[in-house]
Design a protein. Sequence first.
Length: 249
Amino acid sequence: QAVTKIESQGDYKMIATESGDSYCGRSVLLTPGATYRRLNVPGEDVLIGAGIHFCATCDGPFYKGKELVVVSGGNSGVEEGLFLTKFATKVTILEVGDRLRASQILQEKAASHPQIEVRLDTTVVEFKGDGKLESLVIKDVNTEETEVMNPAAVFVFIGLLPNTGFVKDSVDLDQWGSITTSPTMETSLGGRLRRKRCPSRKHEAGRQRSWRRGHGSPDDSSVSRTHPGKPRVQRGLKTCSLPLAKGES
């Protein structure tokens, strides 16, 4: 069920859902995840999965012996572009800025790789294709001249958008929309713990897997430390009025 609202009622948290059901508990583990940021240009939506991809590991092997395009000169784009050279005969990296934004070591690897071409000051204007990607239109941001490219596929790595809209009025978010937390992974509304796949930027170690490896995910033990004793959850409530456990005041 889709969650529409989370609010605090005393020591408890009330969760409202789209279906009208409500849930009440002392702690909530947030696992909102994130969606891939898109270019928002014509033709993109209908060709996702049909020549436009967001995961080199998942979809790169399907393009063995083909020419590919990577959109983004950041760490993710250059690193995934290098990975795609295992399958592609050529990988063209498009960067809208006047220089790559990746780390120096990644830039050097890309510059020396015979299968990689880097094109700076270049943006994507449109994707074309009937059922599958056939071409893309790119533009030089300085001269505004356009050009048509015909790669087998395009891989877009321009970041993630946190799925945090439903909690934007309940907990503190940073300027990118990620949930901010304390070192113990507690949000601004005490008793709620954020889980993986939606890290705040100041904790993020460059990439998603670095985040998972370095921080992991809070689990039931985190909740137990926050609220010791047997967890209790009730459903279908309009207010939180759970009975106290023995010895609790």
